[in-house]
Design a protein around this ligand. Structure first.
Ligand code: 2AM
Ligand code: CA
Ligand code: CA
Ligand code: CA
Length: 272
């Protein structure tokens, strides 16, 4: 509880910084490709939260998307599995929305203990929605208990996916997946923040969300929040969610199997 209250306060304070930031003119830099961008606010929020977590919990470790991981010989997966208290931060999930002054950017912070996600926070500062969960204690939105939806018909389901930065492989695959599922469901949304999609599945606003090619900081908090809202998480082919996942899928526990069936159908067509 101490971990949760402290981290909630830090994240809320960072949200205020993001709201100030989006009103200012700010620098945008390119990372690995012309579609992979970072703003000075991603870096400011990451430094701010990193310092605050280190001050509050001097024995804990924190890694974020914008600080390059270099811990000697240990691989990133080994670090995730071996640390008793490892905070994993995405300072802005939805940087492209932030750059375009669109809604749909969040701060996503999780705490992982020996490979198990213990705490997750997703904050949307735009509308002051704070989603959080602790392992085994349920998921909450601004203090109200969350539960996934009970919709069980694809034609009544609102789905979401992401349009990844990897144009050649992942974007083409997602287009094929939308081609398959688009005509069958109520509709598909692409809000541009993996964490926000997870939060919306947990809140029962979306029946399922899938996306290839994400990183642990995109969905660590979201995966716990969905599970604590009685939803399910897996890879896109239905195999169990693991820390070094290749793709991500979450849903209300009813619709995911139907979606996975269609995603697997698309994947087998692509393979030949
Ligand atoms: P970001 O805004 O933190 O970069 C949108 O499809 C989702 O993909 C967002 O959650 C976005 O997170 C993430 N994303 C964007 N670029 C990415 C990249 N190069 N590799 C992996 N994930 C990325
Ligand atoms: Ca990014
Ligand atoms: Ca992200
Ligand atoms: Ca980010």
């Amino acid at each position: 509880m101490e971990f949760l209250n402290t981290s909630l306060n830090i994240v809320r304070e960072s949200g205020e910084m993001l709201i100030d930031g989006i009103k200012s003119s700010f620098n945008v830099d390119r990372k690995e490709s012309k579609f992979d961008l970072v703003t000075e606010w991603d870096k400011k929020i990451e430094s701010f939260i990193t310092e605050k977590i280190q001050d509050a919990f001097p024995n804990h470790k924190i890694i974020g998307e914008e600080s390059i991981y270099s811990e000697g010989s240990q691989s990133f997966e080994e670090l995730l599995r071996s640390e008793p208290h490892l905070w994993v931060l995405d300072p802005i999930d939805g940087t492209n929305n932030y750059i375009h002054r669109l809604p749909g950017y969040t701060i996503s912070l999780a705490m992982i203990s020996y490979g198990e996600i213990k705490l997750g926070i997703i904050y949307n500062p735009d509308n002051d929605e704070m989603f959080c969960a602790e392992y085994g204690k349920g998921a909450f939105l601004n203090g109200e208990r969350l539960h996934v939806s009970d919709r069980s018909v694809l034609a009544e389901s609102m789905l979401a996916t992401g349009f990844p930065a990897d144009v050649d492989v992942d974007r083409k695959a997602v287009l094929n997946q939308i081609n398959e599922l688009g005509p069958l469901c109520r509709n598909i949304r692409v809000f541009g923040s993996a964490a926000l999609h997870c939060a919306y599945v947990a809140a029962g606003r979306l029946e399922a969300y899938w996306e290839p090619g994400l990183n642990i900081w995109d969905i660590a908090a979201g995966a716990l929040i969905v599970q604590e809202a009685n939803g399910s998480v897996s890879e896109m082919d239905g195999s169990p969610f693991i820390l070094d996942f290749k793709s991500f899928m979450c849903g209300n526990g009813v619709m995911d199997n139907v979606i996975i069936h269609h995603l697997n159908k698309v994947a087998s067509k692509e393979m030949g």
